[in-house]
Design a protein around this ligand. Structure first.
Ligand code: PNS
Length: 164
């Protein structure tokens, strides 16, 4: 039987870098569950229902990928879904320390679940949700860095003055 992986994150908003990792994960695992954190510390630009809707549209063409929301401990959620792995993307050295701490904490909390890191295409190695939001808010073009659904919604937010 193939393995199930959870790909967790805030996805505020999902970028082409995230999508690249989801696509790679979908090739490696039988099932991938994109898991959106319900209550991040900071106020998100896109509400949870919006992020769910966007991600569901974006992963629509990938038959073995589904989208859910979670709260509580990631390892508990992963276990509840029968997942054996957590997938995370690693863009640059600057991601490493946070990811290293998280992977080892998750291993302590759930030794049965392995964290697997994947590198996105170098074309997206500098792309982050935070920078995408900042550039969009200041009127820059991010359409090559995010899925169409996100670019459209960002444009609408900027036009309505609610761009975070
Ligand atoms: O995309 P992000 O914001 O870097 O994702 C962070 C996320 C959602 C993976 C992380 O905050 C998380 O797993 N939160 C759930 C709570 C938890 O399990 N914390 C202990 C992990 S060390």
């Amino acid at each position: 039987m193939g393995m199930t992986a959870v790909y967790p994150g805030t996805f505020d908003p999902v970028t082409n870098g995230h999508l690249d990792i989801i696509t790679r994960g979908g090739r490696l695992f039988e099932h991938v569950i994109v898991a959106i954190l319900k209550n991040p510390d900071k106020e998100p630009l896109f509400s949870l229902p919006e992020r769910m809707e966007i991600l569901r549209a974006v992963v629509g063409p990938l038959p073995n990928v589904k989208v859910e929301a979670f709260d509580g401990l990631l390892v508990d959620y992963a276990r509840s879904r029968g997942a054996q792995a957590i997938v995370r993307g690693l863009r640059a050295l600057s991601d490493f320390e946070y990811e290293f701490q998280m992977a080892l904490m998750n291993r302590r909390l759930g030794p049965d679940i392995e964290t697997v890191y994947m590198m996105p295409s170098e074309a997206y190695s500098y792309v982050s949700s935070r920078l995408v939001k900042e550039v969009a808010r200041l009127g820059g073009d991010v359409s090559a860095l995010v899925p169409r659904e996100v670019a459209e919604r960002l444009r609408a937010r900027v036009a309505s003055g609610r761009s975070g």
